[in-house]
Design a binder for this molecule. Structure first.
Ligand code: NAD
Length: 310
C-alpha cells in the first residue's frame, strides 16, 4: 500500500515506522524540519518494549513537497492543526485515497470531511502511547490497540484492508461497528484526566493525592458519557471508570499531552475534548458543570502559558 502520514510526530512516526516495516511505501509528512532531517540522515529510531530499531525505508516530506497520491492517508496532527495540514496537501488526496483519523477528541470526521468525501473517511481510536524523544526518535512503551470503522458506517473493502495492514504491523487493529462508543469513551477518559492534570500540574498518579482527585475524574467521565447516551451512543461507564482508576494507579508519573502542551506554552486539544462535549451537552440540554468548569480553567491556564512563551 502507498501510505502517507500527515503529522509525523509521536504517533504518526510510530505508525509510519511500523507500517514501513511491513514494506508498505510510507511517506511521513510534517513541518518539523529537525525531525524530518534526522530521519532523512539516520532513519527513524523506534524504542519499544520489543527493543530499539532503525527504520530506514521511509520517505519524509514537507507538505509542499508532496506530489503523489497515496492509497491511505493517516492524519496524526493534533486536532487543532488538522484543517491547515490537510489543506496544504489537498492536491495529494485522490478519489481513491482512504483517509484515516485516529486523533483524540470529537469533530475529527467533520474537519476531514471539509476536504474529503465522507465515504473515503475512516474514524477510529487507539490506545497506543507514543512520545517524541528527540528529532528522529520516538518511544512507545506498553501495548495498545486500534478500533476503526468507516465514518458513514458502511463496511467497504477499504475498511478491512486498512485494518489488516495496521494489524499486520503489530498494532492490534480490528474493525468495530461500535466505533463511536470507543470514541466517546476515550473522550471521557481524556476530558477527565487530561484537563485535571493540565490545570493542577499533577501527573496522572498524583491525582490520587487527595480523595477528591479521583472523585472529580469519575464525575467528569459520568457527565461526558451522559451526553453520549443522550445522543444515542451506548457506552460502558463502568469500564471507562475502571480505565481511569487503572491509569491513576498504574501510570503514576505520566504527564498527559494536555499538561505537556501547557508546560511547553503550546495550545492544547481542550476545545475538541471538553469544549466539544460542552457544545454537544448544550444542544441536548444535559448538565455538565464539572466538564465546563475544567474547560474554562484549562482555557485560563493555556492563555497564561501561551502568553509566557511569547
Ligand atoms: P505530536 O505533537 O507529537 O505530533 C503532531 C505532529 O503534527 C507534529 O510533528 C507537528 O509538527 C505536526 N504538524 C502540525 N501542523 C502540521 C501541518 N500543518 N502539516 C504537517 N504536520 C503538522 O502529537 P501526537 O502525540 O503524535 O498526537 C497526535 C494525535 O494523536 C493527537 O490528536 C493526540 O491526541 C492523539 N493521540 C496521541 C497519543 C500519544 O500517546 N501521543 C495517543 C493516542 C492518541
Amino acid at each position: 500500500m502507498k501510505i502517507a502520514v500527515l503529522g509525523a510526530g509521536a504517533m504518526g512516526s510510530l505508525f509510519g515506522g511500523l507500517l514501513a516495516g511491513q514494506n508498505h511505501a510510507v511517506t511521513l509528512i510534517d513541518i518539523n524540519e529537525a525531525h524530518l532531517s534526522a530521519i532523512r540522515e539516520r532513519g527513524l529510531e523506534l524504542e519499544m518494549d520489543s527493543g530499539r530499531q532503525i527504520v530506514a525505508n521511509l520517505s519524509v516530506a514537507r507538505p509542499e513537497e508532496v506530489e503523489s497520491v497515496p492509497d491511505l492517508l493517516i492524519v496524526f496532527t493534533k486536532s487543532l492543526h488538522t484543517r491547515a495540514a490537510l489543506a496544504s496537501i489537498g492536491r495529494a488526496i485522490g478519489a481513491n485515497t482512504t483517509v484515516l483519523t485516529l486523533q483524540n477528541g470529537l469533530g475529527n470526521v467533520e474537519r476531514v470531511g471539509e476536504l474529503v468525501p465522507l465515504q473515503q473517511i475512516l474514524i477510529g481510536v487507539t490506545t497506543w502511547p507514543a512520545d517524541l524523544l528527540g528529532p528522529g526518535r520516538v518511544g512507545s512503551h506498553g501495548s495498545g490497540k486500534i478500533r476503526l470503522m468507516s465514518a458513514d458506517g458502511i463496511d467497504r473493502p477499504a475498511v478491512t484492508a486498512v485494518a489488516e495492514a495496521l494489524d499486520a504491523a503489530g498494532l492490534h487493529c480490528s474493525v468495530d461497528p461500535q466505533v463511536w462508543s470507543a470514541v466517546w469513551e476515550k473522550v471521557a477518559f481524556n476530558a477527565a484526566l487530561n484537563s485535571l492534570c493540565a490545570v493542577t500540574g499533577c501527573s496522572v498518579g498524583q491525582l490520587s493525592a487527595v480523595p477528591g482527585g479521583p472523585t472529580l475524574a469519575a464525575t467528569i467521565v459520568r457527565e461526558v458519557l451522559a451526553v453520549a447516551t443522550a445522543k444515542g451512543i451506548q457506552t460502558d461507564v463502568d469500564a471507562c471508570l475502571a480505565n481511569v482508576n487503572q491509569a491513576i494507579a498504574q501510570h503514576a508519573g505520566h504527564k498527559p499531552s494536555m499538561l505537556q502542551d501547557i508546560l511547553a506554552g503550546r495550545r492544547t486539544e481542550v476545545e475538541d475534548i471538553n469544549g466539544a462535549v460542552v457544545l454537544a451537552a448544550r444542544e441536548m440540554n444535559i448538565p455538565v458543570a464539572h466538564t465546563e468548569t475544567l474547560l474554562e480553567l484549562v482555557r485560563l491556564v493555556e492563555a497564561r502559558s501561551i502568553g509566557k512563551s511569547d
